[in-house]
Design a binder for this molecule. Structure first.
Ligand code: ATP
Ligand code: MG
Length: 247
């Protein structure tokens, strides 16, 4: 199996005035091409911080992140940004949409930034907007959309460049169960059909069960004992881990 992401001994400490907040403490794991990983943990436990570190948006205090065997923190800022745009699609927890752009322009923003405006990409644009069920909302700006619709725009935007790694930060956190299910099916399709590697952060054990592997982030670490693989991934096993870890 081809390793696409390697997180090696990552620690992250925030300094707030005189106090140090140790959020991540020696986190290590790998993801192979086409693997679907789920990450669960308490609110404030450092999940979004970890995704930010993996995507190159926030430098770790210690440790390395390798994307396609390249240590992203050995690159300069421009190189790291290019690598992120090429390989990583980020579905943010709090949308991060441009308020003045309509749905279609928000989704195609990554293409405009990269100057990759081939016909191929543009036909994918229509396909994606339809995939997330927003064909009838193309001209709406974010303030004219519901929360679930905004979330679906961020999903289409994260997918437009066909990134090989998708980081999804609670993509079903603010939507109904039905829409949440549709979102997970979209991610599953990306994973199965395009072999995109997925790292899903979720508070929902049903969503987490979509993973080939489920990890739990507690007190800044991912305890080996509670990593579920393959056949061990089931809603009931996830539920037991959550209980034992008091998440
Ligand atoms: N830039 C920052 N400066 C200082 N502290 C921060 C910063 N970003 C996050 N933190 C702190 O780090 C901790 C982890 O935050 P993070 O957003 O990673 O949690 P999370 O696991 O994603 O939580 P949730 O499930 O609520 O989204 C929190 O206690 C937060 O207050
Ligand atoms: Mg978060």
């Amino acid at each position: 199996m081809k390793e696409i992401l390697k997180v090696n001994n990552i620690s992250k400490t925030f300094k707030m005035g005189d106090e140090y907040l140790h959020v991540l403490n020696n986190i290590s794991f790998n993801a192979n091409h086409g693997e679907f990983l789920s990450l669960m943990g308490p609110s404030g436990g450092g999940k979004s911080t970890l995704l930010n570190v993996i995507s190159g948006l926030e430098s770790p205090t210690k440790g390395e992140v390798f994307v396609h065997r390249k240590n992203i923190y050995n690159l300069n800022d421009d190189e790291r940004t290019i690598l992120r745009r090429k390989h990583i699609g980020f579905i943010f927890q709090f949308f991060n949409l441009i308020p003045t752009l309509n749905v279609e322009d928000n989704v195609k923003l990554p293409l405009l930034i990269d100057g990759s405006n081939s016909d191929d990409n543009y036909s994918y644009l229509d396909e994606l907007i339809s995939l997330v069920g927003l064909s009838g909302r193309k001209r709406h700006t974010p303030s004219q959309l519901s929360g679930g619709e905004m979330q679906r725009v961020t999903i289409a935007r994260a997918l437009i460049n066909k990134p090989d790694i998708i980081l999804a930060d609670e993509p079903t956190g603010n939507v109904s169960e039905k829409v949440g299910h549709e979102i997970l099916e979209i991610l599953r399709k990306c994973n199965h059909e395009l072999k995109q590697t997925i790292l899903l952060v979720t508070h929902n054990h049903k969503d987490a069960a979509y993973g080939d592997k489920v990890m739990f982030l507690k007190s800044g670490t991912i305890p080996d004992k509670y990593v579920l693989h393959g056949d061990d991934v089931s809603e009931s096993n996830i539920f037991t881990c959550l209980q034992e870890l008091n998440i």
